[in-house]
Ligand binder design. Structure first.
Ligand SMILES: Cc1cc2nc3c(=O)[nH]c(=O)nc-3n(C[C@H](O)[C@H](O)[C@H](O)COP(=O)(O)OP(=O)(O)OC[C@H]3O[C@@H](n4cnc5c(N)ncnc54)[C@H](O)[C@@H]3O)c2cc1C
Length: 416
């Protein structure tokens, strides 16, 4: 049994805590604010083997310039004088290639399917209750041109062994008889699903607390003491010192700064997104989550409300809410879904989160070479919830010095 300190209580931290506890370790989670309230709180909760294309891909680069000039676009880069940002942009652009997509698609498929299978396993465990549903995911297309692009992607998904097909308007009606959409068709990815991310995190936390896992909230870790190429202890803002055998950094986008102290270059930018929820009205009687393909808005139905999420603003660590971008999400939903007209006063739980985005769209998970008891797990960008269980499992394998169930070389900490 080892004494483990996890720094960062988002989805990556909580799943690491869960699997490390199950493996017999003594775990403490240190969280700067409250468990699960940062990027893991208001996201769309999609579990997406369909996202086998890395964020850095040619389509983003092609549309990037056009989007940059349009205040209503789903993607935006907030300029600032910062060498790290400049380096990140240069690297990101260099990865927006077909080659990067080809290089990573098998890995992203494998890790996503691995994670989905873990979600399904956890559903049948008695440890905690949560609501994962293998709903599938619709990529809703307003334009024929987009539907054609989706046809290519569905074909590629099928070649990768993923289940999916194109639905025409009638087939969409058969799938969702109680709702009506102003689209020409949709791609339907059957392996995908959804969870309620914050409810899930709280369910795991409550279970772990009863099992003796310690959660230290409002506890910002500001320093580390290193001895003999190992972290000896961490220090919080109040000066309290905590020792452990192994340290796991799951601090989302904030991990880079801490890692820099150990000469570890983990280039990451915050990819800011927004979300809000709306209590279900009659037009929202659909059960399949969807992404509005042209607008990049994710819509996730839950039992009594629907969450609307979107926008990717590359903006460092700025978490402020930009109302115009939020309104774009609302307007997009009103355009695609017939019989709804979301008004400002219906929007609840307005939220902004910073996706931890690496330049090649692949997470960073691995053990430090310089500090033998440091493990890092971050950089999941748009798929951190999707990859939550696999992240926790891989971290646990690293602590236990066992070979992870999947090859993790692509997530190598030293690739930049
Ligand atoms: C609009 C939007 C929609 C999204 N939709 C989806 C989706 O549908 N599916 C999906 O898979 N992903 C989605 N994502 C991405 C997903 O939310 C992230 O990938 C994921 O939440 C990252 O989790 P994390 O645990 O790495 O980081 P976080 O959740 O940010 O957790 C890191 C934690 O570390 C803490 N911390 C930082 N520094 C310190 C310190 N020094 N000391 C102590 N604690 C510290 C922070 O307070 C934070 O709680 C979406 C994101 C956004 C913004």
């Amino acid at each position: 049994m080892k004494n483990i300190a996890i720094i960062g209580g988002g989805i990556s931290g909580i799943f690491s805590a869960y699997f490390l506890h199950k493996s017999g370790h003594k775990v403490t989670v240190f969280e700067e604010s409250k468990i699960g309230v940062e990027c893991s709180y208001g996201n769309a909760g999609l579990v997406v083997p369909s996202h086998f294309e890395a964020l850095a891909n040619p389509a983003v680069l092609k549309k990037g310039i056009k989007w940059m000039l349009n205040p209503n676009s789903p993607f935006f880069l907030k300029p600032r004088f910062d060498l790290d940002l400049l380096k990140w942009i240069i690297k990101f652009n260099s990865f927006c290639t077909k080659k990067n997509v080809e290089n990573n698609k098998y890995f992203l498929r494998d890790i996503s399917l691995y994670s989905s299978s873990l979600y399904k396993e956890l559903m049948s465990s008695d440890d905690f209750d949560f609501d994962y549903r293998n709903t599938g995911l619709l990529m809703m297309c307003k334009e024929e041109k987009t539907l054609k692009e989706e046809e290519h992607l569905i074909k590629e998904a099928n070649e990768l062994g993923l289940k999916g097909r194109i639905l025409n308007q009638n087939e969409l009606k058969d799938l969702e008889p109680e709702a009506s959409f102003d689209v020409v068709g949709a791609a339907y990815y059957e392996d995908d699903g959804r969870v309620q991310p914050y409810d899930l995190i709280m369910a795991i936390k409550n279970y772990l607390e009863k099992q003796g896992v310690i959660f230290k909230e409002d506890c910002k870790i500001v320093d580390t003491k290193v001895e003999n190429s190992k972290i000896k202890s961490i220090v919080d803002k109040q000066g309290n010192v905590y020792e452990a055998d192994e340290f796991i950094f799951t601090m989302g986008v904030f991990t880079s700064k801490m890692a820099k102290k150990f000469n570890l270059n983990l280039p990451m930018e915050g990819g800011k997104g927004f979300s809000f929820t709306v209590d279900k009205t009659s037009g929202m009687n659909f059960s399949t989550p969807m992404i509005l393909a042209e607008e990049k808005v994710a819509i996730t139905p839950y039992d009594s409300y629907v969450r609307y999420a979107g926008t990717m603003m590359i903006c460092g660590e700025d978490k402020s809410i930009v109302q115009r971008r939020v309104d774009n999400i609302r307007n997009a939903a009103n355009k695609y879904i017939n019989n709804i007209d979301i008004k400002q006063n219906q929007m609840q739980d307005l939220w902004a989160g910073l996706r931890p985005c690496s330049p090649d769209g692949i997470p960073f998970i691995g053990r430090s070479k310089e500090l033998s008891n440091l493990i890092i797990a971050t950089g999941h960008a748009m798929i951190g919830v999707s990859l939550g269980p696999s992240t926790g499992k891989i971290v646990t394998s690293l602590v236990d010095e066992q070979k992870p169930d999947i090859d993790i070389e692509k997530m190598n900490l030293y690739r930049f």
